[in-house]
Design a protein around this ligand. Structure first.
Ligand SMILES: Nc1nc2c(ncn2[C@@H]2O[C@H](COP(=O)(O)OP(=O)(O)OP(=O)(O)O)[C@@H](O)[C@H]2O)c(=O)[nH]1
Ligand SMILES: [Mg+2]
Length: 238
């Protein structure tokens, strides 16, 4: 992470990346993707806009969205971008440049993924609760992350499309169990309804902020924080 004052640019499209590490195909929604899209986020108390190019930042974090094709990475980012900056949140008060990288889930982009992992400060790993193979591939994603990402990378597992009650094939408990097994914070999200979307990004940002200031008194616990704050779909356990 860098600590500098530097002008921020608008959203940038960079080279393609990512793919299902299990090589089991791209999930049930095989679609083309632009690759990686880097978006500048957050950031200034007086101007909480994601797209203002004239702002400066104190700390820069690189956050990446990864997971099989079709799990909803782009939709989650778009939902966050459109909603998270309406109300001022803690990140807008500390001057953080929260760069979010949206990756392509398709396997053909996989070979270039690893270079992007290395300098990521946080990874949001998504599966689709309506797509069992995207869930089954999470272990392979975690293996790849452990191999290529920094050891202390902030990681969160997200079961997306929690709104899709009728199509759901992965229970929330299954996600919880897997996350526990790997010691990764977890929650379900919905890019469609907005469920827990801000919480996912803000939780990660809080963790990054606490790490960066190395607060010796207040140890931030990401899973405890999301447990306290998260909403569940209630009706939608299957
Ligand atoms: N019901 C529901 N559908 C969603 C949700 N998020 C995404 N989708 C749908 O899932 C499909 C794939 O979403 P994307 O965001 O493009 O998926 P992606 O992970 O970016 O896919 P790649 O770019 O190929 O890696 C689209 O048809 C979305 O409308 C969600 O929260 N709920
Ligand atoms: Mg996408």
């Amino acid at each position: 992470m860098s600590r500098k004052k530097s002008a921020k640019g608008k959203a940038v499209t960079s080279s393609p990346s990512a793919g299902s590490p299990a090589g089991k195909g791209a999930g049930k929604t095989a679609r083309s993707s632009p690759g990686i899209v880097q978006m500048n986020g957050v950031v200034h108390p007086s101007r909480p806009s994601i797209s203002n190019s004239s702002e400066f930042y104190d700390i820069a974090f690189k956050v990446m969205l990864v997971g099989d094709s079709g799990v909803g990475k782009t939709c989650l980012l778009v939902r966050f971008k459109d909603g998270a900056f309406l109300a001022g949140s803690f990140i807008s008060t500390v001057g953080i440049d929260f760069r979010i990288w949206d990756t392509a889930g398709q396997e053909r982009f996989r070979s270039v993924t690893h270079a992007y992992y290395r300098d990521a400060h946080a990874l949001l790993l998504l599966y689709d609760v309506t797509n069992k193979s995207s869930f089954d591939n999470i272990k392979a994603w975690l293996t790849e992350i452990h191999e290529y990402a920094q050891q202390d990378v902030v990681l969160m597992l997200l079961g997306n499309k929690a709104d899709a009650t009728h199509e759901r094939v992965v229970k929330r408990e299954d996600g919880e169990r897997l996350a526990k097994e790997f010691g990764v914070p977890f929650m379900e999200t919905s890019a469609r309804s907005g469920l827990n979307v801000e919480l996912a990004f803000n939780g990660v940002a809080k963790e990054l902020k606490h790490r960066s200031i190395k607060d010796p008194i207040e140890k931030f616990k990401l899973q405890e924080y999301v447990n306290k704050e998260m909403k569940t779909t209630g009706c939608c356990r299957s």
